[in-house]
Design a protein around this ligand. Structure first.
Ligand SMILES: [Ca+2]
Ligand SMILES: [Ca+2]
Length: 86
């Protein structure tokens, strides 16, 4: 048992396809990454109670390699963590 497995190996292909759809939906300019603006829009829909001051923190948390964008791999990791919590 290990927690270092990538989310893409833990989640079922169906689940990943579902998450991919969400990701693409919020990726307004279709560049395969979510920038902060797109991320804010996503939070507005998924979690309207999120305080503006927490948005940047959340973004930085998800953006593991710190390049200022959330790519699908990072999004998947985050989704999986949320998913376990509920
Ligand atoms: Ca984008
Ligand atoms: Ca990134």
């Amino acid at each position: 048992m290990t927690d270092t497995k990538p989310a893409s190996e833990i989640l079922s292909p169906e689940k990943i396809a579902e998450i991919r759809k969400e990701f693409d939906y919020f990726d307004n300019d279709k560049n395969g990454q979510l920038d902060l603006r797109e991320f804010v829009e996503m939070l507005t829909v998924l979690s309207p109670k999120t305080k503006a001051s927490h948005v940047q923190d959340g973004f930085n948390l998800i953006d593991e390699n710190g390049d200022g964008y959330i790519d699908f791999e990072e999004f998947l990791e985050w989704w999986q963590e949320c998913w376990w919590e509920y």
